[in-house]
Design a protein around this ligand. Structure first.
Ligand SMILES: [Fe+2]
Ligand SMILES: [Fe+2]
Length: 316
């Protein structure tokens, strides 16, 4: 029996109270925390096959090993988040191995193929920056003590991933020619995809309880601004175009394209010219999942499959 009512717990956490165990949680708090941790864990987990598939395009042994170090970190981050879910009564075994691909809660960006080295480094520059933006906010504001402490290690490692991405974006852009063009092409599809990742605009946001329970501190639009405040100047400084700019009058970053808009995953292309679409259309695209969803999930889950059959396949 929880010692607090929903309203009491909301008031306490807004006042700085830190929750340490499930016994202190209300049903609403626990449910909101499980949703948040599942998204976090699944995002970390699915970044691994996405990056692993792209690491083969590394230009040298040492750079490939750096990419693999990032992937190892991501698997460890996933393990931490699933382990925290076990404290809340969830089964890690089921979450990793027992779900269908479409049941995972990671963002649409990690359902996409990364087809060259430039796409991998823009992914670590953009997607890991999104991860840091979201998790830094959680670290600073969460009322759940075990998660707050776990995020210290995760944050330090994410900083390495981000540096890797940004250093390589600069290096490829400075090289000019095809290398620069590949970065631009990657940015063209990954910039709007990361913008979309932060979800519904604040004016349309459905109430999730994450702010009330102090599981996060910033709203979706605030998080989008934090992400753009790093990403837009970075791209501008290396001569890469992005469809957003800082508006002095408004004192914030603004998008130069209709948001949200249609995306073709096969062509990796946004249709700015068609104008704004509805968020229901976006949710339908997310729900249908992207082209690599089943491949990535299967690549993780196969380690629980029949090893004998796998060995026989190798010998054939
Ligand atoms: Fe991570
Ligand atoms: Fe990362």
């Amino acid at each position: 029996m929880t010692p607090f009512s929903e309203d009491e717990l909301k008031a306490k956490v807004q006042d700085g109270y830190i929750v340490e165990s499930p016994e202190e949680m209300t049903e609403g708090y626990k449910k909101a925390l499980i949703v948040q941790l599942t998204v976090q864990a699944d995002t970390e987990l699915m970044s691994a096959p996405s990056y692993w598939r792209a690491a083969r395009y590394a230009p040298s042994t040492n750079t490939q090993v750096s990419a693999h170090a990032i992937i190892q970190d991501e698997l460890a981050h996933a393990n931490i988040a699933y382990r925290l879910l076990e404290d809340l009564g969830e089964s890690k075994e089921h979450l990793v191995y027992g779900r269908q691909p479409h049941e995972f809660k990671h963002p649409y960006g990690f359902d996409q193929p990364l087809d060259n080295w430039a796409e991998l480094v823009v992914a670590t520059g953009f997607f890991d920056r999104a991860g840091i933006t979201l998790l830094t906010d959680v670290h600073e504001n969460t009322s759940y003590g075990p998660l707050k402490r776990a995020l210290v290690k995760i944050g330090m490692e994410e900083t390495f991933h981000l540096r890797h991405g940004e250093v390589w974006m600069k290096r490829l852009a400075a090289a000019g020619g095809d290398a620069r063009d590949m970065v631009q092409r990657a940015v063209d599809w990954m910039f709007p995809m990361t913008i979309e990742w932060f979800g519904l605009p604040d004016g349309m946001k459905r109430h999730s309880g994450q702010l009330d329970y102090r599981l996060k501190g910033l709203t979706n639009d605030q998080l989008r601004q934090v992400w753009m405040a790093s990403t837009v100047p970075l791209c501008e400084s290396i001569g890469i175009d992005v469809p957003a700019h800082y508006d002095d009058g408004r004192g914030e970053f603004v998008l130069d394209y209709p948001f949200p808009c249609r995306y073709d995953a096969t062509e990796k292309r946004w249709f700015f010219g068609e104008g704004e679409i509805s968020w229901d259309d976006v949710f339908a695209r997310w729900k249908a999942r992207g082209p690599m969803n089943e491949v990535y999930v299967e690549s993780i889950q196969r380690s629980r499959g029949d090893v004998g059959r796998w060995l026989a396949g190798q010998a054939a």
